[in-house]
Write a protein that binds this ligand. Structure first.
Ligand code: ADP
Ligand code: MG
Length: 364
């Protein structure tokens, strides 16, 4: 087989832009040069697709080090200045469409993980890694994810959905409805963001309104969810028609919950691979992950996150990440490695699954 050209697409119009750049650098380092040649495609924060010179320069940056430095803002500034320096090099969509055999998507959050870029690539006729348009869109929306999963028999936390425009018309009424329906604490979360952006643990009535104000400014739809007191367990799923589930991993947040700082700045959270579960619990979580993967119609990969409730051992779905973090220390590649698939092999398999998926859907 001749070498395939992989368009490695990263960056994007999302709050997780920098994480995507770091993940892309890790993926690029693992793509098998014997099988694939890589063309980096950086989408800047404003949604502009950048040419190869700019994209390569950004991929070469050690952004993780900049984010850890005394001035984390310098990371965003550096990305912007590279894009500005290369502004005269336009992105050649025609060449992209003709040359790319497959796209490796390392875009987190809005526009990347939610079906929009997938639709764009379908239109171009370029196969891509991971879930298709519908599964991506469903998984991005925490309310729709829960509806699909519970229809398939998976337990989810009780929640109330609040539409932001209605909330701003009557915030007092919305707060009253929450107070009547839930015990404290509750979690308030934007339906379609990631990285814990806009998420708050609300301990009593006085904290509710500020939390809803913030979340409703960030998203058109917000969930108020009963807090689950339990362990956070994540499962990596890989495959198309016959997906496999990894050994489960466990996150122990370094703060009250797994918030943005804990994820990317303090690094205080602890990871256990495998999770500290009994054999029976572990099997049950793996099976639940496969049920959720199928219920949403996922393809390629997803990281499926659960709680295992302390008092009952009940397995409760939290959320589905169709393009999970892909840095060297991210849960998804580490879970796969613990299951016998190392990072380079994982990247090759994802690309092969993308090509297989595209040829299957063309033949149906
Ligand atoms: N219902 C809940 N009960 C307990 N903890 C929760 C709940 N919802 C969210 N959390 C905490 O908030 C974190 C982020 O929430 P999550 O729904 O996973 O959003 P994100 O997409 O931003 O990762 C979780 O990892 C967990 O620590
Ligand atoms: Mg999460």
């Amino acid at each position: 087989m001749s070498r395939r050209t992989v368009a490695l697409i990263f960056g994007g119009r999302s709050t997780e832009h920098e994480i995507s750049v770091i993940s892309a650098r890790a993926v690029a380092a693992q793509i098998d040069p014997g099988k694939f040649s890589v063309t980096p495609v950086y989408i800047d924060r404003h949604g502009r697709w950048q040419g190869t010179r700019c994209s390569s320069e950004i991929l070469a940056l050690d952004l993780a080090a900049l984010l850890r430095s005394d001035d984390p803002g310098s990371a965003a500034a550096r990305l912007d200045s590279i894009a500005v320096e290369n502004a005269s090099e336009p992105f050649d969509f025609r060449a992209f469409q003709e040359d790319a055999d497959v796209a490796f998507l390392v875009l987190h959050g809005s526009f990347g993980e939610d079906g929009r870029i997938q639709g764009c690539l379908e239109t171009f006729g370029i196969p891509y890694t991971g879930c298709g348009v519908t599964a991506s869109a469903l998984a991005m929306d925490k309310e729709l994810t829960k509806l699909c999963a519970s229809a398939a028999g998976i337990e989810v936390a009780d929640s109330l959905t609040i539409l932001s425009n209605e909330y701003f018309r009557d915030p007092v009424g919305a707060c009253r409805e929450v107070e009547a329906g839930f015990c404290w604490p509750v979690f308030v979360k934007p339906a379609s963001l990631g990285s814990s952006v806009g998420i708050a643990k609300v301990h009593h009535a006085a904290e509710l309104r500020p939390a809803l104000d913030e979340a409703c400014l960030l998203d058109m739809k917000v969930l108020v969810e009963a807090a689950i007191s339990g362990r956070e367990i994540e499962v990596a799923v890989l495959g198309n028609d016959e997906p496999i589930a990894s050994v489960p991993g466990e996150i122990v947040p370094g703060s009250e919950f797994y918030d943005f700082e804990d994820k990317y700045i303090r690094n205080a959270a602890k990871m256990y691979i495998p999770a500290r579960l009994s054999e029976t619990e572990s099997e049950a979580v793996r099976n639940a992950a496969l049920v959720v993967f199928r219920a949403l119609g996922c393809r390629g990969l997803s990281r499926i996150d659960f709680f295992v409730e302390n008092s009952t051992s009940r397995i409760v779905l939290n959320e589905v990440n169709t393009i999970p973090g892909f840095t060297d220390v991210s849960m998804y590649p580490m879970l796969m490695a613990a299951t016998g698939i190392d990072f380079p092999e994982l990247v090759t398999r994802l690309l092969e699954l993308a090509l297989e998926n595209a040829s299957d859907s063309n033949n149906r």
